[in-house]
Design a binder for this molecule. Structure first.
Ligand code: NAX
Ligand code: K
Length: 504
């Protein structure tokens, strides 16, 4: 069995514990015993250790911490393989093996070394070159506490978690309770689990190495966003690519809407118009060329503009303002029933106005960050961030899906772990984490550009779910392409190069 590293997370399935168990059960039903899968998992951990820390040679001191379940079983098998290579392995069990395959692995290990009591675990860890956490994986169901308190104080030079750092919830990426054994390096099998990319997962896992253990590549319910397809333009008229309308606020507040409009144009909307109060026309005209300008005084003016059915995607929010005029503009836009992105100030207006909330429709895409989400769905935000006492914990994925169903529109919950959820239950995650991290996206105006890209894609005819998924992927790829020093204005300018690299 080739214990290869599977590499990129782009487009990967993001499995739940239940889906992972089903994959394992299918393999077992098809004739591969669970013990063989465990052996493969352990061999892949050893291969990952070799690749990550080639300096660990015979004689290196390894401390393996084993739990009672399958995760502990992996640990016993890794201990045996490392000891067979001449490494000095000290193994400590938190509880006796109870999973049948773990019992088998513990028996094999006992022929090579002893199973130390838990009271010696901290001392062993303190003097080890590498500590391997095989306490709990996808089976963690309740908090860890006193039993790992002293271990968490140990500053081991290398910390590896098998499957998941113990204490981390595989479904949510949240710590169950308060204690987690943070890792520098986490080796997982077959496919990433939701907890590897959501919430605290990446910070707790360190690096993530995904290893093949020969399970069938059957998908799951949720996937990560992947390289977008079908962004090419073929011959045709500009109106064939739609016309986006971005509404802007008062004088001196137009920057956010201009950046959004530019992003919509860069991603290929045929035309983009920016609508603003008459007083702001001069300011905007001085800063825009390819983007058209129209005065939009109030909701009546907007209604007039929307008589042109070719205006097929609307974006309201960036720099819009939250006064009565803006409230009425949002109401008018929603009553037009077109593809509509609501961001920033428009989300504040919707959160404070039941009439607007009730006017949301399936053509809407809402793009809140966590603070805006908390105003829109306070109860869900509380569940997402409140204390956790048992697994699985309520996740960002759960919260976004429930909010999308409740509001009856697509929702994109922003973060390094962006969740996109449609009202029909579809969901995707855009994970800007690990080798896809884009920390420079934490900059003023980045969200406006994201909303603009999504609006541009909706003008081109994509539905809200697809537009949001694609926009999120492009947005983080554009940020990575630019790198350190990124400011929001740079993002739309990265799109042409990025599109070229995608083969367009
Ligand atoms: N499912 C699969 O396809 C494979 C699973 N493997 C390993 O098996 C693991 C899953 O095994 P399990 O399902 O046995 O789950 P775990 O090994 O994660 O732990 C489950 C056990 O721990 C107990 N437990 C949960 N939380 C606890 C807590 N806070 N304190 C004390 N006890 C607690 C449970 O009651 C159960 O007995 C994976 O994470 C992975 O490491 C691998 O061997 C490869 C194949
Ligand atoms: K673990």
């Amino acid at each position: 069995m080739d214990a290869r590293s599977v590499g990129s997370l782009d487009g990967a399935w993001l499995l739940s514990a239940t889906e992972m168990r089903a994959a394992e059960a299918r393999a077992i039903a098809a004739g591969t015993p669970g013990a063989v899968l465990m052996e493969r998992a352990a061999a892949s951990v050893v291969a990952a250790i070799d690749a990550q820390w080639p300096e660990l040679q015979p004689g290196a001191r390894i401390c393996v911490l084993c739990g009672p379940g399958g995760n502990g079983g992996d640990g016993y098998a890794v201990a045996r393989m490392l000891a067979a290579r001449g490494m000095r392995v000290a193994l400590h069990a938190l509880a006796p093996a109870s999973h049948p395959d773990a019992v088998g692995q513990a028996t094999l290990w006992r022929e090579m070394g002893e199973i130390g009591g838990w009271d010696g675990a901290t001392n062993s860890a303190a003097s080890a070159d590498l500590v391997i956490d095989a306490l709990f994986g996808i089976g963690l169901s309740r908090p860890l506490g006193a039993e790992i308190a002293a271990l968490r104080e140990v500053r081991a030079p290398r910390r590896l978690a098998i499957d998941l750092p113990s204490g981390l919830c595989s479904e949510s990426g949240r710590v169950i309770g308060e204690a987690c054994l943070d890792a520098d390096f986490t080796v997982t099998f077959h496919a990433p689990k939701r907890g590897h990319v959501l919430a605290e997962g990446p910070a707790r896992c360190g690096r993530l190495d995904l290893r093949d253990i020969g399970l069938d590549a059957v998908g799951g319910e949720i996937a990560l966003t992947g390289v977008p397809a079908d962004l090419a333009k073929r011959a045709g008229h500009k109106y064939g690519y739609g016309h986006a309308l971005v509404l802007s606020g008062e004088v001196g507040r137009g920057g956010a809407a201009r950046m959004a409009a530019r992003a919509a144009l860069r991603i290929g909307a045929g035309l983009v118009t920016l609508g603003c109060p008459a007083a702001a026309l001069q300011e905007n005209a001085a800063r825009l060329d390819a983007i058209m300008l129209r005065p939009v005084r109030d909701e009546e003016a907007l209604a007039g503009l929307l008589e042109d059915a070719r205006l097929n995607a609307l974006l309201l929010g960036p720099g819009l303002g939250t006064g009565a005029r803006e409230r009425d503009l949002v109401a008018q836009a929603l009553s037009a029933g077109r593809a509509t992105v609501l961001d920033a100030d428009a989300l504040t207006l919707v959160a404070n106005d039941d009439g607007l909330r009730g006017a949301l429709h399936p053509g809407c895409l809402l793009t809140p960050h966590e603070g805006e989400f908390a105003r829109l769905c306070t109860d869900l935000a509380d569940r997402m961030t409140g204390p956790t006492t048992s697994g699985p914990a309520f996740s960002r994925l759960d919260a976004a899906r429930e909010a999308a169903a409740r509001l009856g529109c697509t929702l994109l919950l922003k973060g390094p772990d962006t969740v996109i959820a449609a009202p029909d239950g579809r969901a995707r995650v855009n994970a800007s984490v690990y080798d896809r991290a884009a920390p420079w996206l934490a900059t003023a105006g980045a969200g406006d550009v994201l909303a603009g890209i999504a609006a541009g894609l909706m003008a081109r005819g994509r539905d809200g779910f697809d537009a949001a998924s694609t926009a999120a992927w492009l947005h983080s790829a554009a940020a990575r392409r630019f790198g350190p020093g990124l400011i929001a204005e740079d993002l739309p300018e990265q799109l042409p190069g990025l599109l070229r690299e995608l083969g367009l």
